[in-house]
Design a protein around this ligand. Structure first.
Ligand code: 5GP
Ligand code: ZN
Length: 114
């Protein structure tokens, strides 16, 4: 998608601090981290939000979770714990309209969110 910053990151038009990449997904550190570990995992294809998931594209979500599993082990937060967040739409706090999963860890996280 033309004006989507995450599509631009996928294409390399905007630089990112990449952690993992394959043909389907990209993981990179959040530019404005909210925890000692804060990265994003996105599908390479433009899916606007969780609302856009259907039977044809939902398999990307299980792949994202497998990738998260690998990365948290490598970063050493698998055992201490972490949070996976998907913000959807305005009330959900989604600011980039390309579906993404936040992974936050490296400190105790409060619940419930604000
Ligand atoms: P949302 O609020 O949509 O759930 O999360 C969007 C996230 O993307 C935010 O945490 C924000 O810091 C991050 N972000 C926005 N623009 C960029 C960027 O250009 N590069 C990186 N690495 N992260 C970004
Ligand atoms: Zn996009």
């Amino acid at each position: 998608m033309e004006d989507c910053i995450f599509c631009k990151i996928v294409k390399g038009e905007i630089p990112s601090n990449k952690i993992y990449e394959d043909d389907k997904v990209l993981a990179f550190y959040d530019i404005s981290p909210e925890a000692p570990v804060h990265f994003l995992v996105i599908p390479k294809s433009h899916i606007e939000s969780a609302n856009s998931l259907d039977e044809n594209n939902v398999s990307i979500v299980s792949h994202v979770f497998i990738v998260i599993n690998k990365i948290v082990s490598e970063l050493g937060i698998a055992d201490s714990g972490y949070r996976i967040v998907n913000n959807c739409g305005e009330d959900g706090g989604q600011t980039v309209n390309h579906m993404h999963f936040h992974v936050l860890g490296g400190r105790g996280l409060k619940w419930p969110p604000g």
